[in-house]
Ligand binder design. Structure first.
Ligand code: PLP
Length: 428
């Protein structure tokens, strides 16, 4: 037994499923998860001393590579002044100023402790602002684990929400309407059928959570104008895409202005942080400026703010990071495509900037139904073949990969080679 396997056996006796977040348990790819001991730059190291090239980067935050020196230094410098005050600090003001500069649609912002808190608060604000109860989300989009978002599509786009998880009440689910991603007609129908009842439409402008799925041309513009027509707010959940697809996130890359934006991951530099923000007139209904309550003992935590500030300052001051990330993504995807051609395979790759997914299906993937057509056992074999070759992928077909600038040309070449060999092994 490896040390990771021993730790997992013990963990299962103490922690539900042995992990503190379900996907980590490798259930969808089989086998036993590797337990990570440390990480530096583009590498992860496990408890058995094995080295892996990182293609997840803590599900997004480590865009500059692990233990990036300016972030590490900022945390070291901050801890000597204590770890939490529960009182306002200069760093929170600096953080708010930086975020509002980098993401122009965000005129005011509130810090929270996770992406889940950010989306949960954003829909409360949207409901408070509009006086309406319902929200529209898209099948396959993940917005954290708050009750309102754990809603399956049911048998079709027009069905009322059905809870995806025991513990979510039918009453909560009934206020969440779902549509297939990239289907404007379905959204329009929901808005028409629920006239003056929809507070907001929330979406990942580029989806990371059913694998990487891009908005088709006109989709984001169409959702924006439907929101305007029906006086519903548009919420971009940029927890994954924010500060990754561009300095100002997907909204900058696609030129669409949402009313509210949720953020997380990169803004904490790897510490537990989230944020939500948007138009000042909307954000001014948040307590204590207004009546919509939202609070947090550790919100704006000084250590987390220090890490996040170091990260965001670096991204703000070095626009070449985004050019390099796009180059790395391009190189990897071109290499993967060349291998597919060489092996006579027709699988789909969806890609934008430093996010991409190789889908084990020959169908194009523009929504969740199409994503679900993938050969999942094949993905499981491919995942383990990559792991064996020292490449750490997301342990699920329904995730995007997240690249960091720490990937060198040598490493991208190694990944491309490992991918080709792993496909052959998985298909043998
Ligand atoms: N929104 C999106 C788009 C996400 O990808 C995630 C997490 O992956 C969340 C919200 C929830 O964030 P957290 O896991 O920090 O609660």
């Amino acid at each position: 037994m490896t040390t990771s396997e021993q730790l997992f056996e013990k963990a299962k006796t103490l922690i539900p499923g042995g992990v503190n977040s379900p996907v980590r348990a490798f259930r969808s790819v089989g086998g036993s998860p590797v337990f990570i001991k440390s990480a530096k730059g583009p590498y992860l190291y496990d408890e058995d001393g094995r080295e892996y090239i990182e293609l997840i980067n803590s599900w997004g935050p480590m865009i500059l590579g692990h233990a990036f020196e300016p972030v590490e230094k900022a945390v070291r410098d901050a801890i000597q002044y204590s770890f939490s005050f529960g009182a306002p600090t200069r760093k929170e003001v600096e953080m708010a100023e930086l975020i509002t500069n980098m993401v122009p649609s965000v005129e005011k912002v509130r810090m929270v402790n996770s992406g889940t808190e950010a989306t949960m608060a954003a829909i409360r604000v949207a409901r408070g602002f509009t006086g309406r109860d319902k929200i529209i989300k898209f099948e396959g989009c993940y917005h954290g684990h708050a009750d309102s978002f754990l809603i399956a599509a049911g048998s079709g786009a027009m069905t009322m929400g059905i809870p995806d998880s025991p513990g979510v009440t039918k009453a909560t689910a009934a206020d969440t309407l779902t549509a297939p991603f990239n289907d404007l007609a379905a959204v329009e129908k929901l808005l028409d059928n629920n006239h003056n009842q929809v507070a907001a439409i929330i979406l990942e402008p580029v989806v990371g959570n059913m694998g990487c799925v891009l908005p088709e041309p006109g989709f984001l513009e169409g959702v924006r104008s439907l929101c305007d027509k029906h006086d519903a707010l548009l919420i971009f959940d940029e927890v994954m895409t924010g500060f990754r697809l561009a300095k100002g996130g997907a909204q900058e890359r696609f030129g669409i202005t949402p009313d509210l934006t949720t953020m997380g991951k990169i803004i904490g530099g790897g510490m537990p942080v989230g944020a939500y923000g948007g138009r000042a007139d909307i954000m001014d209904i948040v307590a204590p400026a207004g009546p919509v309550y939202q609070a947090g003992t550790l919100s704006g935590n000084p250590i987390a703010m220090s890490a996040g500030l170091a990260m965001l300052h670096h991204l703000n001051d070095h626009p070449e990071v985004y050019t390099r990330l796009d180059q790395i993504g391009e190189t990897l995807v071109n290499g993967f495509r060349a291998s597919l051609v060489k092996l006579g395979l027709n699988y789909t790759i969806n890609h934008i900037g430093s996010m991409f997914t190789l889908f084990m299906t020959e169908r194009s993937v523009t929504n969740f139904t199409e994503a679900k057509s993938c050969d999942l056992p094949l993905f499981g074999r491919y995942f383990h073949a990559m792991l064996k070759r020292g490449v750490y992928l997301a342990p699920s077909q329904f995730e995007s990969l997240f690249l960091s600038v720490a990937l060198t040309d040598d490493l991208t070449a190694q990944i491309i080679q490992a991918n080709e060999e792993s496909l052959q092994e998985a298909l043998a």
